[in-house]
Design a binder for this molecule. Structure first.
Ligand code: SAH
Length: 250
């Protein structure tokens, strides 16, 4: 996955991407990131990238020209990239989109600032608009970084074991099961004994049941979109019965 970002804050983007799993992926050449600052593609002494909105109103709007020239430079590096605009008006990002991004060879992310960018640039140059969620951030950098992170950890060989990405929340429509580590006994509680049993089939069954149960409790809307097979339905029914007994529900 080779990505370019059009951003007024390339240092923040680079520094954030240098950490942890994504940083290692960069070092090992699993991903490649370039930044293009529209400010470097201005022609005036003030290096102006924004101006007041026609029609009045608050805030500033990003100018077409510096963005277009920055995009042209990015295109030279990534000629086959689709241009993805960060926007609260876009399609909401989810794990399916992260998988899709992780399988693309080239992507150019456009990070807006201020009130947004001149609509003519959006209409002429942008292929897709993607939103991190139904809220407004002050710029496209954090949403783009979140999306790049989510996509990078899905690239084969990026995580220590590819299995850990497969077992993450949302990968099979369910939330992840709970995790425990040492010590087995603690004043906050004991680790479920099945996890200490060494019985791998039982552990797998317990984890599946917990994933189903946690999803039922925390995100029942996810289960509404799924058809459970019989073994899963039985695991969930048993989880629900135990949960209701514990909580005194008839
Ligand atoms: N006036 C715009 C918001 C501008 S916020 C509107 O209401 O639609 C400034 C920039 O932050 C946007 O151009 C966009 O690039 C980014 N941004 C804000 N919220 C976002 C979100 N939920 N997802 C992705 N990008 C977002």
């Amino acid at each position: 996955m080779r990505v370019a970002l059009l951003t007024l804050f390339p240092d923040v983007v680079r520094q954030t991407l240098s950490m942890g799993v994504v940083g290692r992926a960069l070092e090992r050449g699993k991903i490649d990131v370039a930044t293009f600052n529209p400010r470097d593609y201005t022609n005036d002494n003030y290096r102006t990238v924004d101006d007041r909105p026609f029609g009045g109103g608050p805030g500033m709007v990003m100018l077409i020209e510096p963005l277009t020239r920055a995009l042209d430079a990015a295109r030279k590096l990534l000629p086959d990239a689709s241009v993805v605009l960060m926007s609260p008006q876009g399609r909401r990002f989810d794990q399916a989109m992260a998988i899709n991004f992780s399988q693309r060879a080239q992507i150019i992310f456009v990070c807006g600032r201020y009130e947004g960018i001149d609509q003519r640039f959006v209409d002429a140059k942008v292929d897709e608009q993607v939103s991190l969620g139904d809220f407004v951030t002050s710029g496209g950098e954090l949403p783009a970084l979140a999306m790049i992170d989510a996509a990078t950890r899905l690239i084969p060989g990026v995580l220590h074991t590819d299995q850990s990405a497969i077992e993450d929340s949302f990968m099979d429509g369910l939330l992840d099961c709970p995790h425990y580590t040492r010590p087995p006994g603690h004043s906050l509680g004991d680790v479920p004994s099945v996890l200490l049993s060494g019985n791998h089939a039982e552990i797998a069954r317990w984890r599946r049941q917990q994933a189903l149960g946690v999803t039922w409790r925390q995100r029942p809307d996810l289960l509404d979109c799924m058809t459970l097979n019989k073994p899963d339905q039985q695991l969930l029914d048993a989880y629900i019965a135990a949960h209701q007994e514990k909580n005194g529900v008839q």
